[in-house]
Design a protein around this ligand. Structure first.
Ligand SMILES: Cc1cc2nc3c(=O)[nH]c(=O)nc-3n(C[C@H](O)[C@H](O)[C@H](O)COP(=O)(O)O)c2cc1C
Length: 349
């Protein structure tokens, strides 16, 4: 399902800042999110758009602290920034440092903000990028590409480590498959996952249709029931072990602190890396399992020397194409603000 986007000529070039910012949300919603839960709301004010966590779309079992939820919103923030750069909408980002707030970040219209040419160049990848869970061609990522990804992350104060030799990949793959077994053994985990798995013809505007896992019609109908009912951990562990050990590169994103604003920045870095990878003909998919279980996260942190691992992806040239997942349209997730906002907790960047 290809996302439906407004055509280029409908950008309100002579419109108010609010009209321009509202237009960007069409691209913000294309961001990746955990289970395609799309846990965001875009609150419009005269001079800015605020990104709020929609905790009614949280994943309390796999993501009990809403960490991946905030990372997903950080991805949406980067998508907005790329669209702003493309349409020459001058914006400045503010991230909320208050821990319990639903308000995660805001994008202010600011005439004095510098042009973001590097981000503008990624615009055409916004509707193209997809998570690709199929096999990747061996050795299809170069050292230069991995260094570029790490540089992008560093600019967001996120550390990215990459692994491509057999020994390093095996050590991480082993942790992924052990985590698969633990997660799938939990009925609550399986029930939550099954509720976001949809059959291929579903009209649902969120979640993951079976085709994202390579399933045909029948399998996509049966999968949610099978996942809910049976512990398929052994099969999942074997599949992920194979994928991870043969990934051209495994990349782990980490931060030195573990606050909401670190999660948002991780999302921005992640989205930019995914878009640059797409621009270079590469794809990525997620193998976050060892970061989603607290005890495994601590073990992984020690193993890779990152204080707080946040995201684990594999990157490479895919052997087959993957289709787009659905999205809730901009109109459904955009809200016109009625109350003034508290500015004090923001930290500039
Ligand atoms: C923070 C975050 C965590 C994710 N975790 C996983 C994961 O553990 N396993 C997985 O297969 N996909 C994961 N994904 C990918 C999402 O399922 C995917 O982005 C979503 O289904 C939308 O599809 P798309 O990326 O093709 O647009 C994650 C994405 C984000 C942003």
């Amino acid at each position: 399902m290809k996302p439906v986007l407004p055509d280029e000529s409908s950008f309100p070039a002579d419109g108010t800042p609010a009209e321009k910012l509202r237009f960007l949300v069409h691209w913000g919603v294309l961001a990746p999110s955990s289970h395609n839960s799309q846990p965001w709301l875009f609150i419009m004010r005269d001079d800015h758009v605020a990104i709020h966590a929609d905790r009614s779309r949280a994943l309390p079992v796999v993501d009990p602290h809403d960490r991946e939820l905030a990372i997903s919103c950080g991805c949406a923030l980067m998508y907005l920034r790329v669209a702003a750069a493309h349409y020459d909408v001058p914006v400045r980002v503010y991230r909320n440092t208050e821990e319990e707030s639903d308000l995660l970040a805001s994008l202010y219209y600011d005439e004095s903000a510098p042009a973001q040419n590097a981000l503008a160049a990624l615009f055409e990848c916004l509707p193209k990028r997809v998570t690709n869970r199929f096999a990747y061609v061996e050795d299809s990522v170069s050292e230069e590409q991995l260094s570029l990804f790490a540089e992008i992350c560093a600019a967001h104060r996120v550390i990215m480590r990459s692994y491509h030799d057999d020994f390093a990949r095996h050590a991480i793959a082993d942790r992924i498959s052990r985590s698969d077994r633990k997660q799938m053994a939990s009925k609550a985990y399986r029930r939550e996952l099954a509720s976001w798995l949809h059959h291929n013809r579903s009209r649902s505007l969120d979640g993951m249709p079976g085709f994202t896992q390579g399933m045909g019609e029948f399998m996509s109908l049966a999968a949610p029931i099978a996942v809910r009912t049976f512990d398929l951990g052994e099969g999942q562990a074997a599949k992920d072990l194979e994928l991870a050990e043969h990934s051209p590169a495994l990349c782990i994103f980490g931060t030195n602190k573990d606050h909401h604003s670190d999660w948002v920045r991780t999302g921005e870095a992640l989205a930019q890396v995914l878009l640059v990878a797409a621009q270079q003909g590469l794809a990525a998919s997620f193998l976050n399992q060892p970061i989603e279980i607290d005890i495994m996260r601590t073990e992984l942190a020690k193993h890779v020397g990152l204080r707080f691992p946040q995201i684990l992806i594999r990157v490479g040239k895919p052997t087959r194409e993957s289709k787009h997942t659905p999205r809730r349209p901009a109109g459904v997730v955009t809200i016109e603000a009625t109350e003034p906002e508290d500015f004090e907790a923001f930290q500039g960047f």
